[in-house]
Design a protein around this ligand. Sequence first.
Ligand code: NAG
Ligand code: NAG
Ligand code: NAG
Length: 330
Amino acid sequence: MVSVQGYLSCLLWFAGVISAASLQHITEPFGDNPTNVGFYLYVPDKLSPRPPVLIHTHGCHGTAEGAYKGYRFPKLADQYGFIVIYPDSPFLEKKCWDVSSRETLTHNGGGDSLGIASMVRWTLDKYAGDRGRVFATGVSSGAMITNVLMGSYPDLFAGGSAFAGVPFGCYAAPGNNSGVYWYWDYACAAGNVTHTPRQWKAMVDAAYPGYTGWRPKVQVFHGTVDEVLNYNNFGEEIKQWTAVFGLDYRRPASITENTPKKGWTKSSYGGGWFEAFSAFNVTHNIQMQEDLVLEFFDLKCNGQDCFSWGKGGPRKPCSKRRSPVQEHRR
Ligand SMILES: *[C@@H]1O[C@H](CO)[C@@H](O)[C@H](O)[C@H]1NC(C)=O
Ligand SMILES: *[C@@H]1O[C@H](CO)[C@@H](O)[C@H](O)[C@H]1NC(C)=O
Ligand SMILES: *[C@@H]1O[C@H](CO)[C@@H](O)[C@H](O)[C@H]1NC(C)=O
């Protein structure tokens, strides 16, 4: 015989299970997805009004489900009411992202980045999401595609956070890279690809010719003893994004030591539009900082004026803010 208490706790447990949101696999058509990226979605039971959307891309040899289970974003989504999209790499052999093809490095050009952009558009429509608050983050290959999304889809994203990645375009396959989807660039991985800030910026500009609008804010992290994607890539990412924002990579506005962890140094540029965290003596196995990422994106905000400094400006008439790029170009 089951005791009354036992029976009750079973019932409560069951109620808890059926009410909790879970990872959904979206199998209906959701827009252009030429490389057949898998679409997984986490929608918490309690969404904030006009919910923000976070893309969390897994690393090589990873999966959408692994990313969902291995990090605290679902719990944080429950707490703060945002939606998490978990794309799943179609490159079954290595499960890395396409960060090499002309298609992926071009706005609406195709490749994995277009599949992910289609997921964003579908999710915003279906859940009446906040178009001004779409973000992306990931580690390793997930960081590389985050940088690609920031470069190819600046109009869709409000911000990106890349852990142990490489600059936009660093993995571009040589020659005519059209259709070369999951190319591994050994020279870039080894930290042998260096460019001037102007050259790195030119690659981002070429992704979306003629685009003069909003540029998403960017945050990058890298371990100084990264054995997979050499630490030089950190310096190249800094050159690239500061150039995109019209800032000087040699002149951070502030440097803060031992944040968020001992031995990690944060350099902040241009009023926080770009941040770079150098993690001393950390390997490629860098620890994702979920809370810091949410704070950078202002995703802990549930009120009316969330991300009020950001894309689209404050939710009040007649007061528009501009990103540094726009300031620069004025
Ligand atoms: C690159 O290759 C594609 C497909 O093979 C072709 O359509 C395109 O014209 C080529 N582009 C250049 C610049 O050679
Ligand atoms: C990177 O450069 C180093 C130093 O010049 C060289 O020894 C190494 O072979 C290069 N690696 C790749 C993959 O380009
Ligand atoms: C770096 O990390 C390794 C492994 O954790 C440790 O053995 C070593 O003492 C560290 N080096 C420094 C300079 O902190």
